[in-house]
Design a protein. Structure first.
Length: 213
């Protein structure tokens, strides 16, 4: 996989949402009063909590954790997990990439204005799709997931986008270094744009694919 956990690596050719809405995903808070379990209301779901939901759904599908990447614009901590206490990024979209039975698949949602809610929406969608399998529609489920296959990136001039001379002998590490340097300028949170960052993501994916061939 060439996708990154940070910054967000939006699937090539997937349409972006322009008008986002507020979601109602959350978690139920419970407490004990005099030894009796009581409902304590509902609080906002966190990014780690939403990722746990995705991991749970993927495990039920038989997908191993090491074969999955959750990609968002939430900076990572030293452990490689989304850092807590961060403000919402200007682009709250979320994407997951996984490999199952030798097939690369992905799902991305940016309908809502919080990263955690977009992640939770992905988990809910996975659960809904699994309901097809539970009711005996295994072949239907397989065909449904074909629609979530990672689409090949459009043909791009990655050397020009990543600012390499046509005759430069480029390595994968050079591609990653160039990507990080340009992402610092193109990322929406740094004054760039979603389209510019998407172009950069596509260029890196095309470069790494060509170098690995």
């Amino acid at each position: 996989m060439n996708e990154t956990r940070f910054p967000l690596c939006w699937p090539a050719n997937w349409k972006r949402t322009t008008n986002r809405t507020r979601a109602h995903f959350g978690k139920s808070d419970t407490r004990y009063t005099n030894g009796v379990l009581c409902y304590g209301g509902k609080s906002r779901l966190s990014v780690p909590g939403a990722i746990d939901r995705i991991a749970y759904e993927l495990r039920r599908m038989g997908v191993k954790e090491e074969n999955c990447i959750v990609s968002t614009n939430v900076p990572l901590n030293l452990s490689g997990n989304p850092r807590g206490g961060q403000s919402e990024p200007s682009d709250p979209g979320a994407a997951i990439y996984w490999t199952h039975k030798g097939k690369s698949q992905c799902m991305a949602i940016d309908r809502y204005d919080r990263v955690a809610d977009n992640l939770a929406a992905i988990a809910a969608t996975l659960d809904a799709l699994r309901a097809i399998e539970r009711h005996g529609g295994g072949s239907i489920l397989e065909r449904a997931f074909i629609g979530f296959a990672a689409l090949p990136a459009a043909k791009v001039d990655w050397r020009e986008i990543l600012q390499f001379h046509p005759q430069t002998n480029v390595t994968a590490q050079m591609v990653q270094n160039a990507f990080r340097a340009l992402a610092a300028k193109r990322h929406p949170d740094a004054g760039g744009s979603h389209d510019s960052m998407s172009e950069l993501n596509a260029a890196r994916a095309a470069a790494l694919a060509e170098l690995a061939s």
